[in-house]
Design a protein around this ligand. Structure first.
Ligand SMILES: [Zn+2]
Ligand SMILES: [Zn+2]
Length: 161
């Protein structure tokens, strides 16, 4: 039975975002090493063609939103989907906070919050707004990319590829 909700890393077996190309626990590209069934997380022997627990072919990984349709990203019901509007609003009032809570960019998030606070003192009125508008654009763009299953680096900004 194909499982529509969950996805497991084929290398370490940890549950992960179905649309992500790389595991956030072990960093291995999906489908490269098959130690675990992507569909149910059971262990797979090197020569095994079918998962004995759920019956899928562990080497033919089916992922929602992956290859096939170039259409709009498929939004899973999972909590890994970031609401771009919410991210933009939070990014506007507390630049860097969306990076901290959704994008896994701890250092960048903290640096942006510090820049925002410093802006208040260095360039009164204009300073914080520059950082806030920057934070809102960054949050909006990166939320879209996270929803597309992209894994962001620590220092990915909206202009980075
Ligand atoms: Zn893994
Ligand atoms: Zn299985």
């Amino acid at each position: 039975m194909e499982n529509s909700q969950n996805y497991y890393c084929t290398n370490c077996g940890k549950p992960m975002n179905k649309q992500a190309e790389f595991c956030t626990s072990c960093g291995v590209k999906q489908g490269k090493v098959i130690n675990y069934c992507y569909n149910c997380g059971s262990t797979i022997e090197p020569n095994q063609e079918i998962c004995l627990t759920c019956g899928v072919n562990p080497r033919k990984i089916k992922r929602t939103g992956a290859a096939g349709s170039a259409a709009a990203p498929v939004r899973a019901a999972g909590s890994s989907v970031v609401n771009p509007i919410l991210a933009t609003i939070i990014g506007l009032f507390i630049p860097g906070l969306p990076s901290l809570i959704w994008f896994g960019q701890k250092t960048k998030g903290i640096v942006m919050i510090i820049a925002f606070l410093l802006g208040i003192f260095i360039i009164p009125i204009a300073g914080p707004w520059i950082v806030a508008i920057f934070g809102a654009i960054d949050a909006y763009q990166l939320a879209g990319r996270v929803n597309n299953g992209e894994t962001l680096d620590e220092w990915t900004f909206f202009w980075n590829k």
